[in-house]
Structures are given as structure tokens and as C-alpha cells.
Design a protein around this ligand. Sequence first.
Ligand SMILES: Nc1ncnc2c1ncn2[C@@H]1O[C@H](COP(=O)(O)OP(=O)(O)O)[C@@H](O)[C@H]1O
Ligand SMILES: [Mg+2]
Length: 451
Amino acid sequence: MDRRGGKGLISVKRSAFRHPAVIAAGSASLAALLALNVTAFVRGMDSPWLLGSVIIADMVVVAVGILVAMREVLVADERSKRAEDSIARAQFALVESEARLAAIVDSAMDAIITVDAAQNIMLFNGAAEQMFRIGRDEALGAPLDRFVPARFRATHRGHIEHFGKTGATSRRMGVSTLWALRADGEEFPIEASIGQAGEPGRRYYTVILRDITLHKQHEDAFKQQQQELRELSAQVLEARETEKTRIARELHDELGQLLTALKMDLAWLAERLPVAEPELAAKARQMNEMLDQTVSSTRRISADLRPLMLDDLGLADAAGWLVEDFAKRSGIRCEFQLNGAALDDLSKSVSTAVYRALQESLTNIARHSGAKNTWVVLALEDGSIRFEVEDDGRGISPEDLAKARSLGLKGMRERVIHLGGSLEVARAPRGGTRVRARIPVRGMLQQAAAP
Ligand SMILES: Nc1ncnc2c1ncn2[C@@H]1O[C@H](COP(=O)(O)OP(=O)(O)O)[C@@H](O)[C@H]1O
Ligand SMILES: [Mg+2]
């Protein structure tokens, strides 16, 4: 309602007769009239004109008095009529605004339920009717508990009472998923907030609820899909590993043996070459050198694919060889700390994950860090394997970690998470980069090895 308009409606102009100047003038005139009357009373018989004029003056005053009184009555009447009018209008505006508020509450998409201090329902909007599948008439006056699954009732009631004592005006309800109960007995997940108003003793609480059944279904489906993808990626990694192992074995065993045989044959042939043909001997030497190169290339390719040492000797030796080979090839100083005797009894999946993580971390240091020093820790402690690779290079940034096409660190994380572990890649306290992983090995020791 317009405030100025409202004020105009209620205020009535004050009567002009109540102005102090008018009252003073009126009193003076009355005093003069009284004096005139006294004079006329004393000397009236002597001067009939005085008597006459006093009578006329008296009559005029009486007439004016009557007129003023009539006017005042009329004004007062008008004033009370206007006051009644404005009260009626204010009442109408109040009813109208209440109706508007009720319409807003009723058209809200979220369920809105107000309860009194005893937690009995005072307001139940349209969305609440739909959500709880019950009519308003039945819900009003019922305890709020009716819409809370039985096993949560006591705690829920306690929470609302506690909230009443905190004095906070509103807050989100529940830290984890909350559950509500429809009239037909179906439970459903909700998101809710609560607010309070009123004074102690006459406090009431308003709960705003949203049905998140669909949302939760999507979330569960999403989690399920993520889990499936994770399993798929683990399977792909494992298949790749198996394939690499097979090729590495074949290169090492088959090709290695054939090359050795070839080398022996060449030696046999070289011995039998005619001495008169030095060119042939030179050719044989050249071939022998090429054979040596081929043998070492085959070994290197095979070891890069999969160090057979990892399967034959275990993680500790394979990691040691990897670190040594890295230091030799890159020229970066490398400190290797190995703790834990049982490192060689790890399951194939754990030792492969750690070995690949170490390989990727060292390759990254050589490719990206510009470091001079590297520290590697491999330890078995508290039922898990701790793995740390740190360098003193340029350090890693959040943008580096988010690179879409970089799959090294992501693959590392996938492997570790699949084994129930955790991995952290961050800037190291010394300024470079630090990769830290922890993988539980309880029950994984000597587990039936994957093919
Ligand atoms: N030790 C490191 N020092 C500095 N930057 C690094 C280091 N390791 C990784 N990075 C950065 O993180 C990015 C992602 O690494 P990664 O996932 O292994 O993918 P890729 O090596 O194929 O680029 C790299 O491109 C590089 O910019
Ligand atoms: Mg990489």
C-alpha cells in the first residue's frame, strides 16, 4: 500500500476553531459581551438602545455558537467516517496481501511446510501435497514426523529442537542425503533447508524440501558408469601389459637365440674364409658388429617393453635397474632409497603399477623438468607400499596437470586408484615436482598373478 496515500486517508484536517488565535479572539469577545451585559443590567432602564444592542449581540453570539457546534459535530462525524474507511481499506489490503502470499507459497516448485513449536503442521503447500501424495486437509495439524521415515524420527525431531535453540534464521538440513516418507509409504531422497521465526513460546519452523529422486538416480548412474570405465581402463592396461610381456619374451628368447646362433655361424664362416681375400674378412667383422648392435637393440627394446627382470627377480631389482639406467642415460644424479624386505613378494598387478609409475615419473623428469637431482623412495610400511619420486627441476603447474592430451600421469593415477591406492602430483617443498603414491598391499602379497 502507498504510504503517503495511506496517511492522507487517515489524517483529518484539524478544525480552524481550535487555532490559539481564534480561541483568544473568541474569549476576548465573550469577555466584552459579558461586560456589556453587566453594564446593560445595571443601566439598562436608562438607555434602551444599550439594552437593545446587547440583546441583539447576545442573539448573534448564541446563533454563532449553535452554528459552530453544528459544524464541529459534522466535522467529527466526517472524521470518524474517514477513519472507518481507512481501517476497512487497510484490512482489505492485508487480506489481499495474505492471499497473494498464500498464492506464491502455493505455486512454489518446492514443498513448503511450516510447523509450530510442537512440530505440528500449520502450512502445507501444493508442491508438498504432490510430493507427499496427501491432501492439505489431512496434513494440516498432523505431526511432521508422519513424513519422516520411522528410523530417523527421533534424531530429526532433536535436530529441529536444537536448531530452535541456536537462534540461526535458516540453514541447510543434513550433511548427507536426507530421506522423507510419502503418505503411501514410499521413501525418497530430499534436499531440505529450514528457517525459523516468531518469539520463544510462539516459534514456528518452515522447511523447504526438494525431491531429488531423479537427481540421485542420475548421480548413481554416473558413479556406476565411472566405475565401469575405470574397470575397463584397468582391463585395457592389463591387456596391454600382457601383450607387451609376450612380445618382450619373444624378442628376448626367440630373437635373442636366433641372433646368438647367427653370431656363432658367422664366427664359423669367418674362420673358413680364404686368407687371400681380406675384403671378405672385413665384411665378416662388419657383419659381426651389426649383429652385436642388433642383439643389444633387441635387449633394449625388450626391456623397454617389459623388464623380464620384474617377473623373474621382483620389483626391488627391476626398480634398481630402472633407476640406474635412467641415471646413466640422462646424466641426472639419482638417489634411490629402498625399504622393506617383502617388496619382491608383491602381486604382479601392484609391482607392475609401481614399476610403470616409476618409469613414467623418470621419463617425465628427463623430458620436462630440467632437474639435476632426483630422489626415489620405495618402501613397504603399514601394510602399503609408499612410492615417491621427487626432482629439483622447474616444478609442475596446475595447467600441466590439466593438459588434455597428456596421459602419462592420468594413466598412473588410474592404475593406482584401481588398486585402492591414492596418488598425488604436486610441487615439492624443494621447488621441483613430487609424485607420491600409496598402494595397500594387504592381501595382495603373493596373490595369484595375472596372466
Ligand atoms: N617432473 C616434472 N617436472 C615438470 N613438469 C612436469 C613433470 N612431470 C610432468 N610435467 C608436466 O606435466 C605434463 C603432463 O605429464 P604427463 O601426463 O606425463 O604427459 P606427457 O609426459 O605425455 O606430456 C607434462 O606435459 C609436463 O608439462
Ligand atoms: Mg609423461
